[in-house]
Write a protein that binds this ligand. Sequence first.
Ligand code: ATP
Length: 606
Amino acid sequence: MSTDAKNAIAQMEKIVSLCKRRGFIFQSSEIYGGCGGVWDYGPLGAELKRNLRNVWWNTMTREREDVLGLDASILMNPAIWKASGHVDTFADLMRECSLTNKRVRADHVEPQDGVVMNYSGAKSPTGWKLARPISVLMKKGEHIESLRKRVRTLIASNAGEAAGKVEEIELLDEAKGDTLERTIDFHPETGGALGDARPFNLMLKTYLGPTATEADVTYLRPETAQAIFAQFKNVYDSSRMKVPFGIGQIGKAFRNEVTPKNFTFRSREFEQMELEFFIKPDEAVEIISGKVDTWSEGADLSEPKPNWGWQMWHRYWVDQRTKFYEGIGLGDVLEYYWQTPEDLAHYARACVDILCEFPFGTEELEGIAARGDFDLSAHQTASTKSQEIFDEELKTAAAKLTAEQKDALRARKQEEGRNTVKKKAEKERREPTADDFAAMEKSMNYFCDRLFAGNYVPHVIEPSAGLDRMALAVIAKAFSETEKVDEKGKKEIITVLRLHPRVAPIKVGVFPLLKNKPELVAKAREVYALLKKHMNCFYDETASIGRRYARQDEAGTPFGVTIDFETCGEKGPELADTVTLRHRDSGEQERVKITDLLGKLLPLVS
Ligand code: ATP
């Protein structure tokens, strides 16, 4: 293992241990040995998550005039997941271990070296038999006896009680096979030969209602976005918004991830924060504004304009989301991956992944996709309920087009349609058929007819972020260690969590200098009562003041307020009712009047 990899593991271990020690994140069901890929947020974690949620909600909905919120259910009619494509295609390619049936993601098998050992089967004195051949990789450096023991143990745990005692299982007709280098055909943990790659759907199934037949199957939502599409018309009709506008939602999502890993980064239950921002198709913008503004380097993205096409809107949201991350202290650890045409889904026009530096590598934090009208159109077809909106301005502008202008637009759409058919067929590795072209021609003509009458299915830009990944990203970014010499001259490593004040779970620690001085305690409780109505504070009177600062540094608290004898007026009237305000990151300490505290702190933490 490389030094970098070892350091990354060590860093993650420290972060996981801090999260448990200070009550940020616990393993779910820990007293029962845990529950794979599921995590619980402790008192500090719950506050941190709530702050992140609030920053997202405020920035994305409340502070904007063009985005509304939604809070939809986790369980929905399974027809939604059929229409969205999740039932048929939301799958990872998996390979199964022939020894244990344990699955592994096909693209997660690291190459291994070793010798193949073959057995015709196994039996035990209980009469139990395994009547099929098995092949296992004896890894380079592994002793044959330890391989046999491993195989017996795996067989026994798969067979259950019937196989009897592990040590009494007999492996039959052992034969040495090929020596392999960099093989990816054996399970990385068990060493058992892997079967062919097969798709494995990531949706978690459940049954709705008292009977548990196939007709009652539904799914825990694997993303929050589909509810936004399914409720698009209700929100549109009830809010009197005009396109362009967006609908944002925060909520739980579930994916039966095959290999949940890297702490909360890849979980089976997690929270998403998604925005579907609905825009006019470029053709509608062109008819209304005469020309569509497309993106070029240096384009002004500060304020949306009526002539923006999808490209500008996509770039705008990448810019907005970048500003969001800057506002929570992640600005300098972001990278962008623009998906190539080969990466893109056939309906997507562009997609950028916002990546973040984690100890285990630079990984996706958020995806921002321009998805055309794929989602609303899919629901329109499947539900047979129109998802079109009527745009008076478009109708008026279209009425002024000449017949030639309309024909030219139609011809352009037909050409685009033919190219889409070819591209889709190419992705599916087949020849496009005459029927494909005929269907596309019909659909393009329909689109133009409806457009000229002022109707269209809105297109969408989708910034989709994960709350748990964001929480982990801010913790990982904030984690730092410094060496300190304590009061007795002993060196110790102090952990300081340099969380941005906006997301820090506790904003201010309030400390009376001494706990046995009633006047200090009374004043400190007064300050605590004043602040806690406006922000999450922590009152602490135990241990030395240095220890108390250190405890709050480790919890990520950005400010500390100490109430001392000066506060009580013992060193003259000019310092009476002032406190020491300590800034975690700069170490600066300043004297502030109690009456000025709130005004000073509020802008820093919100
Ligand atoms: P990945 O490629 O990492 O599996 P994805 O591209 O499938 O992610 P999306 O479907 O685009 O992810 O989901 C949007 C966001 O939801 C992701 O950027 C991520 O922040 C979050 N997310 C997705 N899957 C998980 C998961 N298993 N655990 C935690 N967060 C997740």
